[in-house]
Design a protein around this ligand. Sequence first.
Ligand code: ZN
Length: 253
Amino acid sequence: MAIRQTEAFLIRTYPLSESSMICVFYTKDFGKVRAVARGVRNTKSKFRGQLDLLNRGELIYNEKANRELQSVREFDLIDNFDRIKANFNLFTYACYFSELVDAMESDGADNPDVFLLLTHTFRSLQKMTDLRLFARAFELQLLQISGYAPDFTRCGTCGRSFTVNDVNLHYYDQSGEIVCTSCSTPQLVSLSRGSCELMKRIQETNFDRLKRIRTSQRNQKEMRFVLSSLISFHTHRRLKSLEFLDLVEKDKW
Ligand SMILES: [Zn+2]
C-alpha cells in the first residue's frame, strides 16, 4: 500500500452506507481517483464540512494497486467556492462541469491540463456574464485536452480546407466530424460556417477574454447541439446535470 498526497477537486459524491461516502476526486498528480471516506456522515467526523462537492483541498489517501476504490486519510480544505455555491445558477453550471470531467476522464489516467482547466473554470465562473457561452468554452477545452475536439478548419471526409464560400457546412453527429456541402449526405445536420468559426475561436480564447465574443441565438443553439452530441458520443450517456441545466435555462433557448 502507498500513501499519496496531492491537490484535488471533489467532483462527485455517492453515499456508500449510513456513515460512509464514495468520493470522486480529480487530482493534480494522479488524475481521477475514487476513494471511500469512512465515517464522513457521522456528526463528529473530522471530514465534516471538508468533503463537500466542488471543494478543493490537499488530499492524502491510501492507494492499493488493482483496487478501484482507494481510502481517504485526510482532506485539508483550500477553497470551498462558497460564492459559487451561494448562487443557484453558478452552482448548477459548476456541477455540470464536474460531472462532465467525471464522465470524460478515465480513472488513473493523469492529465494535469484537466486539473488546470478546473482551476481556471472555478476561478472564472463567478465573473462570467454569458454562462451558456462559458459552458461551450469549457466543453471545447475539455474535448481538446481529451483529444476529441473536432477539426473546425477542414472537411472530415475530403480533407479540403473550408473557405468563405462554404456558407453552409454539415455535421455528422455520431462522430463529431464537420463536412463540406459536396461530402454531405441527407442524414447530416446543417451547421453554419459562422458557428463553426466561432467554436474554433472560443476553443483558442482565454476565459478572461470570452466577454468580447458576441453570439447569436442561432450560434448558441448550433454550438450547443454540436458539442452535446459529441459529448454523448464519447461518454455514451446523457448527463443528468446538463438535462437539469436545460430545465433551469429553458426560457433562454
Ligand atoms: Zn468534403
